[in-house]
Design a protein around this ligand. Structure first.
Ligand code: AFP
Length: 353
């Protein structure tokens, strides 16, 4: 075996090479989108490093002031070596992404789960893209080391002029790209720019995301359902019937397995790779469910559809929804095509009854 050649695999498809290849398919492109993606990737690498060192750095549970500017430009996580006060990971991740996105010079509006108001980028740094994101989704899982992640979606300014809030209140089907980065046993970035879904794994020794899951397709039908069953007493009829069918199928098929982590990125990642369905339905206490339309429901629905699955709100195709507020919530059922089809049939039957 040629170990030297193995150690220097220039044929590896890095995310940088992948994005540039995609860009070359659009000769009119000026590279703005590639630059924006490279800044998102950098943000993910930074947060990954911070998550990996969270215990070590005593980041968990601490919130105070620190110089994020310095951290961002000194990429090798010097922040805790400088003896400055540290921040909670979700606060830190938000600052990292806001800085990464603004400094790309390609964004005009940012909507973050962490910020109540949308951020309008100052004119000198403004570009034509709007980015909606949850910098660290599943953050209640941080303290016990469960996988967490960043979720993002990208829109283009509607008419190329002044940026207005309406530019981020577009239906999910208008997104140009969406993705997530999962900080787990490995760091995996899953991305769609509207022509399929590809997964990249961070090689820590190279500091590069390598294409490890090309052209992800979700199985047409799955063997897993994923839901917080603790809310069952408040579910509506179709949700209760679907879960009952998963557990006690009457058509002779085997019962589905239940898997629920409570961290959307991890639950959706498993659903994408293994098939099945992830649901966060409406219930009597939360008629709109829990998950946020712009930076949870839309990006994950975009990825599901691009991988051959479906996503449904209980009323309509999730990507057709037009949000009225930036932090709006929606019930969501997403995953394998046939499984979501069953849920749609149950809602249709209820409407008829
Ligand atoms: P946290 O960020 O508060 O941990 O919430 C995570 C989340 O938004 C999403 O990632 C999960 O799918 C969902 O909430 C879990 O909610 P339940 O704890 O109600 O099951």
């Amino acid at each position: 075996m040629d170990h030297a050649a193995d150690a220097f695999r220039t044929d590896l498809m890095t995310i940088t090479k992948f994005v540039l290849n995609e860009q070359s398919k659009h000769p009119e492109s000026r590279g703005d989108f590639s630059i924006l993606l490279s800044h998102i990737v950098l943000g993910c690498k930074f947060v990954c490093a911070a998550v990996n060192k969270a215990g070590l750095a005593k980041l968990i549970g601490l919130a105070g002031e620190t110089n994020v500017q310095a951290m961002f430009y000194n990429f090798t996580c010097v922040f805790w070596l400088q003896g400055e006060e540290q921040k909670k990971l979700d606060v830190l991740s938000n600052e990292v992404f806001v800085k990464a996105l603004v400094s790309s010079g390609r964004t005009c509006i940012l909507v973050s789960e962490e910020d109540e108001e949308a951020i309008f980028v100052e004119p000198s740094k403004r570009g034509k893209y709007c980015v909606v994101f949850d910098p660290l989704d599943g953050s209640s899982n941080i303290d016990c080391g469960v996988s967490i992640g960043t979720i993002f979606g990208i829109y283009m300014l509607k008419d190329g002029g002044e940026s207005r809030l309406e530019d981020v209140l577009q239906p999910g089907k208008n997104m140009l790209a969406a993705g997530y980065c999962m900080y787990g046993s490995s760091c995996t970035l899953v991305l769609s720019t509207g022509s399929g879904v590809n997964g990249f794994t961070l090689d820590p020794s190279l500091g590069e995301f390598i294409l490890t899951h090309p052209d992800i397709k979700i199985p047409k039908k799955g063997k897993i359902y994923s839901v917080n069953e603790g809310n069952a007493k408040n579910w509506d009829g179709p949700t209760a019937k679907f879960v009952e069918k998963c557990k006690f199928p009457k058509d002779g098929s085997p019962a589905k397995s239940l898997r629920y982590i409570g961290s959307m990125v991890a639950d959706v990642h498993r659903t994408l790779l293994y098939g099945g369905v992830f649901l966060y339905p409406a219930d009597k206490k939360s008629p709109n469910g829990k998950l946020r339309v712009l930076y949870e429901v839309f990006p994950m629905s975009f990825l599901m559809e691009q991988a051959g699955g479906q996503s449904f709100t209980g009323k309509e195709r999730a990507l057709d929804l037009v949000p009225k507020k930036i932090h709006e919530r929606s019930p969501i059922f997403l995953g394998s095509y046939d499984d979501v089809e069953e849920i749609k049939a149950l809602y249709a039957a209820e409407e008829k009854a």
